[in-house]
Design a protein around this ligand. Structure first.
Ligand code: PLP
Length: 357
């Protein structure tokens, strides 16, 4: 399952009508654009952009942290966290399926000299406190000192067990380690679990939240933590070239997203379950229904009888401008630009592929 992500560089020659590759493909709605148009702006490098300040305060309150920082992407948000928490030669412990380890171009090591110790992640995305306890380096001059533990929620659409996260945070506290949560889709976890974002992120010293993953903003993430941590992160953001000027135009999209697009995530979760249930009735598709928790599903689409790899389901769907990843285990992601009608028309194209030669 962890090898099933679509390649980040995937480029299509057509404009997809229905795009299941990721929840990053959503386009800002008319209402969101209107809200962005009206945003009050200033120079955010001088901390004078009212909309950025409003968004940062909003997220700090939402997660019950002292302060927040608006940044261009989730990758930069995580990178700032790692750089602000660790010195060169210090070690972060994380899961091998976690985005920071597998999908952020090794930035923490390349740019920060931070050593990444990756632990084997369970299919549902978790690593256990006991795995981490065994991985923390003893104080010995042979080893890079363990400094930080990074976790993620959701991972591949799976909500992480809160009791285990609490146990890991308790372990970190007794061993003098810092904790960071990559909460790119933490709002999906909140909707699914019924726990508030503040409860979910309480065990962590810092948290990153994405506004462009299913919440529908065109760009932006918010990093949260203590005031001192955010001050360090702010300097690092400038160093990396992430200091934006009238960024309130984009921050406004984030405010709009948090005000309007969180409760509706339930619809994406419901549609993912519906899609999975319908797929399970189509021969010869294999799908584990229990693996659908939020807005993602993972499906193996075999070639239809007598077809070659050039005639895969993904290529068949593309003729109708429906886009899914073309990997062996396909990740399908539901989001606010996909309706029940879109799912139904996709299902009929899938049936056509398997049952009409
Ligand atoms: C997408 C994602 C990120 C990075 O966000 P970008 O805005 O694409 O840089 C980080 N962590 C997780 C879990 C993600 O899914």
């Amino acid at each position: 399952m962890n090898k099933s992500y679509p390649s980040a560089g995937q480029h299509l020659d057509i404009t997809p009508k229905i795009d299941f590759r990721s929840d990053t493909v959503t386009k800002p709605s008319r209402e969101m654009r209107a809200y962005m148009c009206e945003a009050a702006v200033g120079d955010d490098v001088y901390a004078e952009d009212p909309s950025v300040n409003q968004l940062q305060l909003k997220v700090a309150n939402l997660l019950n942290k002292e302060a927040s920082l608006f940044v261009p992407s989730g990758t930069m948000s995580n990178l700032l966290a790692l750089l602000a928490h660790c010195q060169r030669g210090e070690e972060v412990i994380l899961g091998d399926q976690n985005h920071i380890f597998s999908h952020e171009a090794g930035g923490a090591s390349a740019l920060g000299g931070i050593v990444m110790q990756s632990l084997t992640t369970h299919t549902k995305g978790y690593i256990k406190a006991e795995q981490i306890a065994a991985a923390i380096r003893p104080d010995d001059s042979h080893f890079a000192p363990s400094k930080l533990i990074c976790l993620e929620n959701t991972v591949s659409g799976f909500v992480q067990d809160q009791a285990e996260l609490e146990a890991i945070a308790a372990l970190a506290a007794t061993r003098g380690l810092i904790t960071h949560l990559d909460g790119a889709r933490i709002m999906h976890a909140a909707i699914k679990s019924g726990l508030s974002p503040a409860e979910l992120t309480r065990p962590f010293d810092s948290v990153s939240l994405c506004l462009s993953k299913g919440l529908g903003a065109p760009a932006g993430s918010v990093l949260s933590g203590t005031k001192a941590f955010i001050k360090r992160a702010s300097r690092l953001r400038k160093m990396l070239g992430g200091g934006m000027r009238q960024a309130g135009i984009i921050a406004a999209a984030g405010i709009y997203a948090l005000d309007n697009n969180v409760q509706r995530l339930q619809q994406d979760h419901d549609l993912a379950s519906y899609f999975a249930g319908q797929l399970s009735n189509i021969e010869p598709i294999e799908i584990d229904l229990a693996s659908v928790e939020t807005n993602m599903l993972f499906v193996t689409f075999p070639l239809a009888a007598g077809k070659t790899t050039e005639q895969s389901l993904a290529k068949h769907l593309l003729k109708s401008a429906i886009c899914i990843g073309d990997s062996q285990v396909c990740r399908i992601v539901l989001h606010l630009d996909i309706s029940r009608e879109d799912v139904d028309s996709t299902l009929s194209k899938i049936k056509e592929y398997y049952h009409t030669g």
